[in-house]
Design a protein around this ligand. Structure first.
Ligand code: BG6
Length: 502
């Protein structure tokens, strides 16, 4: 049985490199479990963990099970579908095995080869859930061992983020991958594309005739894209301190959102058509000079603050963070897209850790209506209309309208016309990785980044990285707040203000 008559994934051996890491237990394994719950993981799909620690197949599967159980318990699995079903897990666990091996040792790849040969199907997916420093080496070794040749079945490689740390390193990694295999075999992940609400932006834009009519610089004043998080850097201090908010969130997640809003209609919903339009629009982001990059960016770092009564530590006090660090935990940017649709429409982007609320949203601000009719009334100013597309946590879309407040006086009030996902769809618990894993197993690259998408993203943020290397102060903001005051100034300068979050 499959969910909604969707076919189950074909027989494949799925190798999870970095099998003992956080990504596998927190996201990939729960996603595989959910796929099997929905009948989307055909019986021929085998899961093989690969990592350097010694473990038997049973120990590896047992460790995953313990984690999944704990996770289900801590999420308050009062609803039966949230719990880990023992029978279902047992069926999945039978398909899990483990290879202990060094990623840099050729014998690991011989072991992988024998494992594929032992399975009935020659199809294999290599999922690199490892530290990025292994990406190139693992792919070279897979190539050298003949594991990327597609004579016996398909061979695909999934690459996690971060994909490079600037334009040059991303180009070098792409060159290395493309030496060993074709673009068709490469699945570069951006987990934002696995989110239903992100995919829905395209569907809503292109399946409803009304949007296209005003989706341009004649009616849209500007666009704001926000990814506010309440979490700090948690256990990832050392990674984050060399990465920062810009690299961590902008060329990937925020640009994906920007592309969904700003791309031209693709000729079809196929992988190439969609990815070509995305590459075009990200490629059309104006490359700022260093002076303009400094003028159009704000870097922030959280200092001690509060969430309710709870005291929150500053970034420099976090575990594995340099106490004199100037890494940004917040960034706000203004970018312009140089094409006919968007000329003159600024896109303001902001993202930060330890902010007051968790909110990922796109706010599209329309040009105000002409004021003439209100001249002789007490209405001083017309507020702009917004279309808010909330990606998380309260998924949906809302139009912010001005309405007349009932009564003899002419008074206006903001009202909302909206659609909340939860009112229309029953959402099964999911991690967002389900779609991505399923698409990779079935060979659909639409939701994965092509080489040019990745490189255009880095090309657009490179001016900020270059400018900040020489200057670029970091502004303090209190943990639990809405970010540094300088970010408000960035918009105030253009006589605009941030859409309130939460
Ligand atoms: C990851 C970043 O890619 O995305 C994290 O490395 C960030 O720092 C996370 O917290 C945000 O993802 P989500 O799905 O919680 O918005």
């Amino acid at each position: 049985m499959t969910k909604d008559n969707v076919e189950a994934a074909p027989p494949t051996t799925l190798f999870l490199f970095g099998a003992h890491g956080d990504l596998v237990k927190r996201l990939l394994m729960p996603a595989l479990y959910n796929l099997s719950r929905d009948g989307l993981l055909g019986n021929g799909v085998r899961i093989v963990g690969v990592d350097h620690n010694d473990a038997t197949d049973a120990e590896f599967a047992g460790k995953l099970e313990a984690f999944l159980r704990e996770q289900a318990r801590s999420k308050g699995a009062e609803a039966p579908e949230k719990a880990l079903d023992a029978k279902r897990w047992a069926r999945l666990a039978k398909r899990i095995s483990y290879i202990a091996g060094d990623f840099l040792d050729d014998s690991t790849y011989q072991h992988i080869k024998r494992t594929i040969e032992a399975h009935r199907s020659g199809n294999a997916v290599f999922y690199l859930a490892t530290s990025p420093r292994f990406f190139a080496d693992v792919v070279r070794r897979l190539g050298a061992a003949g594991l990327l040749s597609e004579e016996e079945g398909f061979r695909r490689v999934v690459i996690e983020k971060p994909f490079g740390s600037d334009l040059a390193t991303a180009e070098a990694l792409n060159a290395c991958l493309l030496k060993e295999m074709s673009e068709k075999q490469i699945y570069r992940i951006d987990h934002y594309l696995g989110k239903e609400t992100v995919q829905n932006i395209l569907v809503s834009r292109f399946s409803n005739g009304l949007f296209e009519a005003f989706w341009n610089n004649h009616y849209i004043d500007h666009v704001q894209i926000t990814a506010a998080e309440t979490v700090g850097v948690e256990t990832r201090g050392s990674f984050y301190d060399t990465t920062g908010a810009l690299r961590d969130m902008v060329p990937n997640h925020l640009f994906q959102l920007l592309a969904m809003v700003a791309m031209e209609p693709p000729a079809a919903f196929g992988a190439d058509a969609v990815r070509s339009e995305k590459a075009k629009v990200i490629g059309a982001i104006r490359p700022w000079s260093r002076t303009m990059a400094l003028k159009n960016s704000v870097r922030g770092q959280y200092v001690e603050g509060k969430a309710g009564r709870k005291k929150l530590a500053g970034y420099r006090q976090e575990d594995r963070v340099d106490p004199t660090s100037t890494t940004e935990t917040y960034v706000a940017l203004k970018v312009m897209i140089d094409n006919w649709r968007w000329v003159g429409v600024p896109f303001y982007l902001r993202t930060g850790k330890r902010m007051s609320v968790r909110d990922t949203e796109i706010a599209i601000c329309f040009k105000p209506a002409p004021y003439a009719q209100f001249r002789d009334t007490e209405v001083e100013k017309l507020k702009p209309n917004y279309l808010k597309i909330q990606i998380q946590p309260n998924e949906g879309m809302w139009f912010d309208l001005q309405a007349k407040r009932p009564g003899p006086k002419l008074e206006m009030q903001n009202v909302e016309l909206g659609f909340a996902y939860k009112d229309f769809f029953e959402m099964q618990p999911s991690t967002g990785y389900e779609t991505l894993i399923y698409d990779c197993l079935t060979g659909d690259q639409t939701l994965f980044q092509r080489a040019d998408n990745i490189e255009n993203g880095w090309r657009a943020v490179q001016p900020f990285l270059d400018a900040w290397r020489e200057a670029g102060e970091v502004q303090e903001y209190a943990a639990g707040s809405d970010g540094p005051a300088a970010a408000d100034d960035l918009l105030a300068r253009d006589k605009r203000e941030w859409h309130s979050i939460g």
